[in-house]
Each structure stands twice: as structure tokens, then as C-alpha cells.
Design a protein. Structure first.
Length: 111
């Protein structure tokens, strides 16, 4: 979760400070400009990062929140796929690994 949050924040910072880095095509599901999308990714990454840090304590609420945030991140990157496919795919793979780890092996952290 901490790595995924860091990746999201990097993606958001690139969109905020260098909006011509990403090429928005007519197929993109981005309904607003890239700078706003960058803020969405940055704030989502910050929340995911903090949830990952609190997940290390083994709290059940953090595990539930982490699953929800990983799902939101997965779908947000599906919408970001036409803009930058390689980076969005990388983050989606990391989110899928997070979901697997939390849903299959999440209760092992408490022991």
C-alpha cells in the first residue's frame, strides 16, 4: 500500500507540474483537465500511503479501508489507461497484488 500510494503521488505530481507530459486523446475518460486529474491522483496516493502505514498495526478497520482504496485506485487507473498506459498498468498490477495480499493473507498480520 505504501508503494502504491507513492506511485500514485508521483503520477499526480507529474500531472500537476508538467501537464503537457500526458497526452489526452479523445478516447480518454478524463472529464476535466490533467492538472485536476493530477490533484486527484496525488490526494488519492496520499490517502493510500497513510492507510498502508496504519495497516502495519494490524487493525481490521485499516484492512477494510485498504481494500476499498485499492479498488478505487484500480478503477481510477483504468480511466487513466488511455492517457499513459504503461504507468497505469503498473499501478493496476500493484493494486491487484495488494488486493490479493489483503483478502487472502490479511489476517496473518494480526498474529
Amino acid at each position: 500500500m505504501i508503494i502504491s500510494g507513492g506511485f500514485q503521488m508521483i503520477s499526480g505530481l507529474v500531472a500537476i507540474f508538467k501537464d503537457n507530459f500526458y497526452v489526452v486523446t479523445d478516447r480518454a475518460l478524463v472529464a476535466f483537465d490533467i492538472t485536476t486529474w493530477g490533484w486527484v491522483h496525488f490526494l488519492m496516493g496520499l490517502i493510500i500511503f497513510l492507510a498502508g502505514a496504519s495497516l502495519l498495526n494490524g487493525a481490521v478497520w485499516a484492512r477494510v479501508l485498504a481494500v476499498l482504496l485499492a479498488c478505487v485506485s484500480l478503477f481510477a487507473n483504468m480511466a487513466f489507461m488511455p492517457v499513459y498506459p504503461l504507468w497505469a498498468t503498473l499501478i493496476m498490477v500493484v493494486d491487484a497484488l495488494i488486493l490479493y495480499a489483503l483478502l487472502v493473507h490479511g489476517d496473518e498480520l494480526r498474529r
